[in-house]
Design a binder for this molecule. Structure first.
Ligand code: ZN
Ligand code: ZN
Length: 161
């Protein structure tokens, strides 16, 4: 295969991976992406999925929600929005837009914050006027989803009968 052919094959996989992350609201793991795509791209490897996702993270086209239930989860929607995470089954929801949380904090000048045990400023450095510049925010709420709550209730019911 020519160099161009290999390149094309790479970018085709890359596109498919990004596409599937953007097309789902499930906030998938790399393994989930791999399992969805493997029937369509037989020579796809889990390593390729990881490599491409890392690339997307670097260029900001995908964001990470951190590890949920032992697996890192990703979001194709990179506009900051809060998440609800079920600690029982690992389902991740976007918090509805009308949920009353105030994110105006981003535009507020915060007081000077000293990191614990930070070395003192040396020389004639000027003390910064604002203590922290927020570039992005990530808000995660942990709890139990309604499905798990229902299951727990059923189990509880079964035990008490
Ligand atoms: Zn759950
Ligand atoms: Zn999300």
């Amino acid at each position: 295969m020519s160099m161009n052919g290999i390149e094309r094959k790479h970018s085709k996989k890359r596109e498919a991976i990004l596409q599937i992350i953007r097309s789902t609201q499930s906030h998938p793991s790399a393994r989930w992406v791999y399992e969805q795509l493997r029937p369509h791209i037989p020579d796809l490897s889990l390593g390729t999925v990881y490599r491409n996702i890392n690339l997307f993270l670097e260029e900001g086209s995908v964001m990470s929600l951190g590890v949920v239930g032992g697996e890192e989860r990703f979001d194709g929607c990179v506009t900051p929005h809060p998440h609800l995470i079920c600690t029982s089954c690992g389902v991740v929801f976007d918090l509805p837009d009308d949920f009353p949380i105030d994110f105006s904090l981003v535009s507020i000048k915060l007081p000077n914050l000293e990191a614990p045990e930070s070395p003192p400023l040396t020389g004639n450095q000027e003390q910064p006027s604002a203590g922290f510049l927020i570039n992005y925010q990530k808000t995660l709420f942990y709890g139990i989803c309604s499905r798990c709550m229902y299951t727990l209730k059923l189990q509880h019911h079964a035990v008490s009968i």
